[in-house]
Design a binder for this molecule. Structure first.
Ligand code: EPU
Length: 337
């Protein structure tokens, strides 16, 4: 096995931040992971780099997951079970399932990144989280030096969260996800309650949409609001939507009657970080080469030539101003390396 050295990571992160990996290996076959030489390295496991803030050079070994493959694993009366390699492009995979006649993932169309990264932060959009269609995953456990299967319950999915983040396993490179199995129920129901999606379908005069029509509507909504990382480097939503107590939400709503509020099953209330950031005056505003996007204030963008310090500076300024105005803390969604 031959490791590359001093590899430029700028093309491998969608914020286009500069940094080099001291050692680098592209993984296109799970068997590569079993090489004992990898065990004692400080590791970072990279997928599509669309949820990453690269703060500078990385002194360890970067494993770039590129394992391909997608197939129908099994089918029963209730569901299709579809397996995909960790390195498959997420959006292409979703479109492929739709073309095969296996609906269920259409609401997650056009999310950047890879199949293997999807469960780590439980990607979600337009009323669906990937955990709802997840069956299990297979991963190489560097500590145990064995492949392991992690089922849905063990993943402990929550809002933009899973076991892999909770345990710090992802950042410590403990496990490399090699493939994911999705369970797509045959009793399909359109999930079109989200206002933007409902409005887009109404504008298209589609009352009973097919899964592909829902995907097309979502692609259009995303393209209108979210910058394409290939044109304007970004990582999608930069902060979590904060979840506060009901009392806290009421206190805020008394001062700010237009505050969007989304009651959660546990009684708490999710707020819209994009709204808070816009009200704090940050929509379309820059600090140096890093700003918040003019069409969606929750998306932090690299206007060109930014580095990790520039991102941290803008992040801190936005957090400080939202805290000063609303006494609400914003936590970043991407991981920092
Ligand atoms: N809003 C503003 N100003 C803005 C942006 C949003 O006032 O600049 C308001 C909107 O008017 C709306 C509310 O905030 O009332 C929510 O906005 P939106 O529907 O655009 O969704 P979001 O909460 O900003 C979340 C996810 C997105 C996902 C969309 C659609 C998080 C952190 N973000 O964004 O996920 O695509 O909902 O489901 O939960 C991502 O995680 O990278 C991501 C793009």
């Amino acid at each position: 096995m031959k490791l590359a050295s001093a590899v430029d990571l700028t093309p491998f992160n969608t914020l286009a931040l500069p940094g080099k990996a001291a050692r680098y290996l592209k993984i296109s076959d799970p068997a590569q992971l079993t090489d004992p030489a990898l065990k004692d390295e400080q590791r970072f496991i990279l997928g599509g780099g669309s949820n990453l803030v690269l703060t500078g050079d990385f002194a360890g070994l970067l494993l770039h997951m590129a394992i391909p493959g997608k197939r129908l694993l099994q089918e029963d009366d209730e569901a299709w079970y579809i397996e995909a390699g960790a390195g498959e492009n997420w959006h292409d995979f979703v479109q492929w399932t739709l073309a095969q006649g296996w609906p269920g993932l259409e609401n997650l169309s056009l999310i950047p990144g890879t199949v293997g990264a999807a469960p780590i932060q439980n990607i979600g959009a337009y009323g669906l989280e990937v955990g709802e269609c997840f069956h299990s995953l297979s991963a190489w456990d560097f500590e145990k030096q064995a492949f392991t299967t992690v089922d849905r319950q063990a993943c402990r999915f929550a809002y933009r969260d899973s076991l892999f983040k909770q345990q710090g396993w992802h950042l410590s490179g403990r496990m490399a996800i090699v493939s994911v199995v999705f369970r797509l129920a045959k009793a399909w129901q359109p999930n079109i309650r989200y206002t933007d999606v409902a409005q887009e379908l109404a504008a298209r005069e589609i009352a009973a949409p097919t899964p592909q029509e829902i995907a097309n509507a979502i692609i259009a909504v995303r393209q209108r609001k979210l910058p394409d990382p290939a044109q304007i480097p970004n990582t999608g939503s930069f902060f979590h939507n904060p979840v506060v107590s009901a009392a806290e939400a009421e206190r805020l709503a008394a001062d700010f009657p237009n505050l969007p509020r989304y009651p959660q099953p546990d009684g708490r209330v999710k707020l819209a970080a994009g709204w808070l950031i816009e009200q704090a005056g940050w929509k379309g505003k820059n600090l140096g080469p890093v700003g918040m996007y003019e069409k969606q204030a929750l998306v932090l963008v690299n206007r060109g030539g930014a580095n990790g310090d520039d991102v941290k500076r803008t992040m801190a300024a936005v957090q400080a101003e939202v805290r000063a105005r609303f006494a609400v803390a914003l936590t970043p969604e991407p991981m920092f390396l």
